[in-house]
Write a protein that binds this ligand. Structure first.
Ligand SMILES: NC(=O)c1ccc[n+]([C@@H]2O[C@H](COP(=O)([O-])OP(=O)(O)OC[C@H]3O[C@@H](n4cnc5c(N)ncnc54)[C@H](O)[C@@H]3O)[C@@H](O)[C@H]2O)c1
Length: 367
């Protein structure tokens, strides 16, 4: 759990709550977003879905007083502090939540939305402009940067003993369609939907990307992207389409100067602290002194603890708490903020607009 929120309060224990409306009563929100409100300073006043029966069922389940089938009606009648938006895609492949977020901002309402924020750089910039002119925040649920394991990797890599983050490897199973198909948004819904996950982690840990070179295999649509970050660091995004359904999805390794941290399967963190390698050819033991030994964290799955719920170790409650804190304290969100979404949108457009085997400048040096 984040240092700023070590003690988790239950909803009924909060004295001050945000009045919140929710747009979308679909599968993901049922499993992973509405349930976060058990632990957040949120009063869920109303739910809107185009399917009125589902909106009513969700209102009964999660304790909302009213339901709507038109989001404008809901936002104007309820005048909430914030709108949560968890919707899907228009038939042309654009993102439903983008326009809904603009509608909320135009009415002076803060927005928390699921990824993807938008299907293009231009639309993220439109959201940035609307956020600036309304003075209201937009935060996207970039859950990966709220995983306790990823937050730990960030904390460790920021310590002086780690040195500068110099290279990174991120693995994520995601196919990419052939280049000829990538200009039509309807063909890249899955890529847009999921690129937010590894790209959010890369941006959080390494900062903006300067350029990429990528290649793709035709059997599964897997790809390897070689990345140069604006910081001078380098990285690899291995999109491992074709892995087994029994395999963990993700792995990350971040290297500093004489230290490295590995995150396996989103939960296991191994920190290889600065240590001297035992003398080559003459060392009988690989066991370095205790004070230099690697540190490992992994959850126990025995106790009925909050940290054993995916709502916590997959970052869902922490990201919602962060948004609530930002709104209540009047501080714009950095994690999940529109600047992060803009960088992710640039990477997505780079893949769509360039054939495999291209080197693409994502952010011109010094620009
Ligand atoms: N972060 C994660 O772990 C994660 C996991 C799964 C899905 N997601 C994201 O969650 C979102 C939703 O996915 P899902 O599988 O639940 O989709 P879904 O299709 O099950 O649900 C979307 C709901 O939005 C409603 N809706 C659409 N437009 C609306 C409007 N204008 N007004 C009111 N209701 C409207 C639909 O009627 C539907 O009930 C997607 O953006 C997806 O990328 C995130």
């Amino acid at each position: 759990m984040r240092e700023s929120q070590p003690f988790v309060k239950y909803n009924h224990e909060y004295e001050r709550k945000l009045r919140v409306c929710f747009i979308g009563a679909g599968g993901h929100s049922f499993r992973n977003v509405y349930p976060t409100f058990q632990y957040a300073p949120v009063e869920l006043v109303a739910i809107c879905d185009k399917d009125g029966e589902r909106a009513a069922a969700y209102a009964r389940q999660f304790g909302a007083a009213r339901t709507y089938t038109n989001h404008i009606d809901m936002l104007e009648k309820e005048q909430p502090d914030a709108a949560f938006i968890v919707t899907a895609y228009h038939p042309d492949g654009t993102v439903q939540a983008t326009g809904l977020a603009l509608d909320a901002l135009a009415r002076g309402i803060h927005v928390w939305m699921e990824k993807p924020t938008a299907a293009s750089v231009a639309e993220v910039k439109e959201l940035q402009a609307a956020s600036a002119s309304s003075g209201k925040y937009v935060m996207t649920g970039l859950k990966k940067v709220f995983f306790p394991a990823i937050e730990k990797a960030k904390e460790l890599s920021g310590a002086p003993e780690f040195g500068r983050p110099s290279s990174i490897y991120v693995r994520y199973p995601q196919p990419m369609p052939p280049f000829e198909e990538r200009q039509d948004l309807r063909n890249v819904t899955s890529l847009l939907d999921h690129i937010y996950h590894p790209a959010a982690v890369l941006h959080y840990l390494m900062g903006p990307i300067e350029s990429i070179y990528f290649d793709r295999e035709p059997h599964n649509g897997g790809s390897v992207t070689s990345i140069r970050f604006a910081s001078g660091a380098v990285g690899t995004l291995h999109m491992t389409a074709g892995i087994s359904g029994s395999s963990p999805l993700e792995r990350l390794e971040l290297v500093g100067e004489g230290a490295n941290v590995v995150v396996d399967n989103g939960v296991k963190v191994t920190y290889h602290r600065p240590a001297s390698r035992p003398a080559y050819g003459r060392s009988a033991s690989y066991l370095v002194p205790d004070e230099e030994a690697p540190l490992t964290w992994e959850p126990e799955f025995s106790l009925g603890q909050l940290y054993n719920k995916n709502l916590f170790y997959l970052g869902y409650v922490p990201e919602v708490l962060y948004f609530c804190e930002c709104v209540m304290n009047g501080t714009p969100p950095v994690k999940g903020g529109l600047d992060a979404s803009l960088e992710i949108a640039k990477l997505f457009e780079a893949y769509c607009a360039h054939p495999d085997g291209s080197r693409v400048i994502v952010n011109p040096a010094g620009g």
